[in-house]
Ligand binder design. Sequence first.
Ligand code: FAD
Ligand code: EPU
Length: 338
Amino acid sequence: MIQSDVDLQPFNTMTIAARARYFCAATTLDELREALEFARTKQLPILPLGGGSNIVLTGDFPGLAVHVGMHGLEFDPLDDGIRIHAAAGENWHQLVMRSVELGYGGLENLALIPGNIGAAPIQNIGAYGVELKDTFEQLTAMEIASGDLVTFSAEDCQFGYRDSIFKRGAKDRYLICDVVLKLPRIWQPHVSYPALQQHFADHGQPLDELTPAVVANAVIDIRNSKLPNPVEIPNAGSFFKNPVVDEPLYTALKTSHPGLVAFEFGTQWKLAAGWLIDQAGWRGYVKNGVGVHDRQALVLVNPGHRCGSEVVNLAREIASDIQKKFGVTLEPEPRFYP
Ligand code: FAD
Ligand code: EPU
């Protein structure tokens, strides 16, 4: 079951070539537990893998890479909605479209996000004004140190913007095995995001005739119009988080750059990092096979299948330029390994 010295290039959408000292594809909880036991005996670090759409491999991984591939998708109708039990290895977008086909709303704004269910809670995936946390009930995870199964409620997960306990206190301690979501019977569309409003206006779509399927298709169209399909152009989605800044910095930037795109975020402001990078002149930049997508400057691309350090060097150059030009600090969004 465990293989040695495995090429991870097919397992990351940036198509970075890097090797794992050991690799295992687990499709049952028993296989996952056995893999963890193997790693424990040899004192190896673990790299959990789903669809590989949010990782950057900066070198070979000296431990055990585990592809978490359990399958299973169940929809349980309830009086007030539907409960979905999804195993970690199921594809996220397929789950969204199944729920939409069944006539339930709640996930449609999250259509076409790449990757698997197991990774969705790690950064509380979000798009077009909706986040995983809005429909999340609980998850089951296997503790890496013991192989025990543990349940996490929504509160336990401490979800935030591109954030959860699995990036902080529980970092590297659990493998997520399944996720439970609940969608309500009575649906409220979330269509205030500017790109959605624009799309409906352009297509003459009356806002009082929306269905989950109409919103899902709009999201799919918008995403296809600006985000590169990783199968054609290697990428990991947004390379940086949208930075959250205090009022004084926001006001100063808005005064010096009236076109600044920003959204209120509690008492602070979330700036569109893509706008900053675009304004700084990076959109469409390519050098030595790595670059910045020409329709969305927040997305770094790796058409030359270059190594992780080249991608990271470009990211550093961009972040330092944004710091210099706007006084804003950019933080990477994908996880770097090792
Ligand atoms: P991977 O890349 O395999 O893993 C991501 C992280 O989770 C890693 O740290 C990994 O070790 C860990 N992990 C994976 N599976 C498990 C598990 N079962 N248990 C514990 N840890 C695990 N994200 C958004 O939020 N919104 C977007 O709109 C969005 N758009 C994207 C568009 C494109 C074109 C691309 C390439 C990416 C986009 N992303 C977006 C990022 C990415 O799709 C999400 O983060 C997704 O949840 C990653 O899923 P994955 O299975 O590919 O995870
Ligand atoms: N913009 C530019 N130039 C660019 C890119 C963006 O001017 O090159 C402007 C846009 O015109 C828009 C604003 O910046 O006014 C925001 O752009 P967009 O709507 O494309 O969203 P984003 O803030 O760049 C975030 C998420 C995406 C998510 C979209 C939709 C983060 C880090 N990224 O991008 O998530 O799909 O909103 O909700 O929060 C991901 O995480 O990988 C990802 C793709």
